[in-house]
Design a protein around this ligand. Structure first.
Ligand code: AMP
Length: 405
């Protein structure tokens, strides 16, 4: 099935057009600077043909019109008729407690996504804009929503309830949700395939380390805990986000510095993390290069980053009663042997033996532990778009079978 995968943000839309039977990306690209008169569409076809178009793209409707037009374009396109877009799969950040799986989009689903806007005001409204634009532009094409939170919805209550008055959970749904679920699901399943063992027998710790970072304890195929919480701010140290923090620190800073709600929000989300500690950059490549040049604060940022991951490995091994595999993924996880080595240092007691040569090798997907290491450590490039496309194809095929019955 040919599926258009859309990730609609506030001022950008990323897309991939995927043939799910062969896993091929027929074309991909993005529209940036939506809302401006100098927006840019960058489109890359499977054969490498690349085109950039600049113009006034004032909203998501127009942006998706451009995407459909370029897919149809005689010179740069990959289809001849709109109907060749057999389905659209949308990344939706927050499914709240409503969605524990991907779903076919109906008016009722749209309403529920709208209800969850309160939980993800920075993301869900834009995801919804993408959905509504497709409904208008491709009215006969089935659409599916794939939620970042869904994979974590099977967490036990004791893992998702905060130590706050329970009424607040009932009243405002304040609890741990977790994010990056599509990535954690994909890499844990891929790890079981690589290891040749059923996922139902494996306790896997997945570490998605990109600009945003989160870990998940995936026991027998189910996420039983994850580091991000009510929002993506909790847990690991990230590029610009603080991660775990004594909540009293927030009140203290607000009173000492006289900060408003929006200022403290910016401090925690945009000026903390690797950037805040190092004072140099939020980019791990620069942190490592500065550290190697003797910059002490970059070294400290690197150490805090790795130490926190190590701590959660211990915590999640305890939560699952052991660990069989650890997976590193996303920008840092996939590309930084330094981070992987530092995180796993001193974990020999858990049965982890890193093979430095394998860790440094250029292969993208690999096992980086020695053959006799009890716990396998893997590097697996994440592929959230493929998961969205496959979920979409499966749900749309099933709904067609049901309709025919
Ligand atoms: P993502 O959000 O998955 O695109 O990941 C972005 C992060 O990956 C940034 O912090 C980059 O610094 C980091 N990254 C990309 N390549 C490398 C690399 N070769 N070494 C270390 N970090 C990297």
């Amino acid at each position: 099935m040919k599926v258009l995968v859309l990730n609609s943000g506030s001022s950008s839309i990323k897309y991939q057009f995927i043939e799910t039977s062969t896993y091929s990306v027929l074309a991909k690209g993005q529209v940036e600077r939506i809302g401006m008169d100098d927006a840019i569409l960058t489109h890359v076809r499977e054969d490498g043909d690349t085109v950039k178009i600049s113009g006034e793209i004032l909203d998501h409707n127009i942006a998706i019109e451009y995407v459909i037009a370029i897919l149809l374009s005689k010179n740069h396109g990959v289809i001849k008729d709109k109907s060749e877009i057999e389905a659209v799969g949308h990344r939706v950040v927050h499914g709240g407690e409503t969605f524990s799986d991907s779903v076919l989009i109906t008016d009722e689903v749209i309403e529920k996504i709208r209800e969850n806007i309160e939980l993800a005001p920075l993301h869900n409204p834009h995801n919804l804009r993408g959905i509504l634009a497709c409904k208008r532009l491709l009215p006969d094409t089935p659409q599916v929503a794939v939620f970042d939170t869904a994979f974590h919805q099977k967490m036990p209550e004791y893992a998702f309830i905060y130590g706050l008055p329970y009424e607040l959970y009932k009243k405002y749904k304040i609890r741990r949700y977790g994010f990056h679920g599509t990535s954690h699901r994909y890499v844990s399943k891929r790890a079981s395939e690589i290891l040749g063992l059923p996922i139902e027998q494996l306790r896997i710790i997945t570490a998605h380390l990109g600009n945003g970072c989160s870990m998940s304890a995936v026991k027998f195929g189910v996420s039983i805990d994850t580091t991000m919480g009510f929002t993506p701010l909790e847990g690991l140290l990230m590029g610009t986000r603080s991660g775990d923090l004594d909540p009293a620190v927030i009140l203290y800073i607000m009173s000492k510095e006289g900060l408003t709600m929006s200022e403290i929000n910016a401090l925690l989300n945009k000026h903390s993390g690797l950037l805040g500690i190092s004072g140099v950059s939020s980019d791990m490549r620069e942190i490592i290069s500065e550290m190697k040049n003797g910059n002490q604060r970059a070294k400290l940022a690197f150490e805090v980053f790795c130490y926190r991951i190590k701590k959660y490995i211990g915590a999640y091994a305890a939560a699952m009663g052991g660990v069989d595999a650890i997976v590193f993924t996303a920008g840092i996880g996939e590309n930084s042997p330094d981070v992987r080595k530092k995180v796993c240092e001193g974990l020999e007691f858990l049965g982890i033996k890193i093979d430095d040569e394998k860790n440094d090798s250029p292969e993208k997907e690999k096992i980086i532990t020695t053959d006799d290491s009890k716990v396998k450590v893997l590097v697996i490039p994440t592929n959230e778009e493929l998961v969205i496309a496959l979920d979409t194809a499966e749900i749309v095929s099933k709904s067609k079978v049901m309709a025919e019955k």
